[in-house]
Design a protein around this ligand. Structure first.
Ligand code: ZN
Length: 371
């Protein structure tokens, strides 16, 4: 009997090229109006006790081919708890082998963060004392763009995630950050007293629902839209950027995942034209404090730095560091694992993304007074 493979659901992405018993040839669909692809998420039925062999054959043309070596696919029996599957990569094909106990099995590039879970998160946090929810606007597909604001302090802090929708670890991070920020923890209370925090848990709800890796419904990479966003092609960036102009800000973090590098790292705003020593000192102070706090953060591996004046001003961290003369940073978590502290069962995971968020917020509480 032949298995059944489907991806016709929230964030689903796979195309079935052929099926032969428990063996399948699959390809990942491109983002709409774009050549990017790497995110996959699909369900296999009729799988109980069968040795599945799932071959994704179009890996060479994916957005980040270096993401495939040493990568292990995520698998779940219930679409809730995810672990890593036996995965090999060779000659442009990713081969996933798994023998499910039950009839159904789910496979994804990383543990998905669904549109329903996003709504539930916004609802739960918006209902907490001291939290304000604002509908900033609508996306191109008509989805709500949610902004949560909490705290009463003078320092303006912005946290935003998932400009790249396939980087679901970024919204797991947001869940960890928001649950911490509304808690009774002393560091959370300190942050709420020192700062007003503006949080956009998902910058790309359309790309998330469509099963995209990197772009919105118009095929735009939102983290290349910050120099000149438009309501026609990148309304989320336009609206969030305008809201940032209303508040200004001492600190912002843009939360992402990186396909290739097996470490957590930060990208800064080196190379912006009006870089000041104070900006650099405060950025370095944050990174040093975070590195001291958790083995899941390091500063040895990351992106190469840009020379002065060479920053890409279409990226939010650079654009906003220049505009506000303050500290902005891009957090990158791995799709693979943290090679310094690997987890053989789950790899990098929702649990660790959430724990890292708490460490990031505690670190912010530690240095907020100097910003
Ligand atoms: Zn990203």
């Amino acid at each position: 009997m032949t298995i059944t493979i489907s991806a016709d659901f929230d964030a689903g992405n796979i195309e079935v090229q052929s099926l032969d018993g428990a063996r399948a040839e699959l390809t990942i669909r491109k983002d709409h109006k774009s050549d990017f692809y790497q995110w996959f998420y699909f369900r296999v039925d009729g799988a109980a006790g069968r040795a599945l062999e799932l071959n994704i054959t179009n890996c060479t043309g994916a957005a980040y081919p270096l993401g495939w070596p040493d990568y292990r696919a995520c698998v779940s029996d219930d679409n809730v708890d995810w672990r890593r599957a036996d995965t090999r990569y060779a000659d442009g094909t990713l081969t996933i082998r798994h023998t499910p106990a039950g009839d159904m099995a789910w496979f994804a590039y990383f543990a998905p963060y669904s549109s329903d879970r996003h709504q539930a998160l916004v609802n739960r946090i918006a209902g907490q004392a001291g939290v304000t929810h604002r509908l900033l606007g609508r996306t191109l597909d008509g989805r709500p763009l949610d902004l949560l604001t909490l705290g009463n302090g003078p320092k303006q802090v912005w946290l935003y995630a998932r400009q790249h929708p396939g980087e679901t670890m970024a919204e797991w991070w947001m869940e960890g950050a928001l649950d911490f920020l509304v808690s009774d923890d002393a560091a959370a209370r300190k942050l709420r007293d020192a700062a007003t925090l503006h949080v956009v848990p998902n910058m790309n709800p359309d790309g998330s629902a469509r099963g995209h890796l990197r772009t919105n419904a118009a095929g735009k990479n939102l983290n290349r839209e910050w120099a000149d966003p438009t309501m026609d092609f990148s309304p989320v960036v336009f609206l969030v950027s305008a809201a940032m102009d209303e508040t200004g800000g001492a600190f912002a973090m843009d939360v992402h995942g990186d396909e290739a590098i097996p470490f957590v790292f930060m990208a800064g705003f080196d190379g912006v034209p009006s870089l000041t020593p104070r900006q650099v000192e405060n950025y370095d102070a944050y990174l040093a404090a975070l590195e001291a706090r958790t083995a899941d953060f390091q500063t040895k591996y990351g992106y190469p730095k840009a020379g002065l004046g060479k920053a890409n001003m279409t990226m939010s961290t650079n654009q906003l560091a220049e505009r506000f003369g303050a500290v902005r940073m891009t957090l990158e978590m791995p799709f693979k694992d943290n090679k310094d502290a690997p987890d053989p069962v789950e790899g990098w995971s929702p649990k660790r993304s959430k724990a890292l968020a708490v460490d990031c917020m505690r670190t912010l509480a530690e240095i907020i007074d100097r910003l």
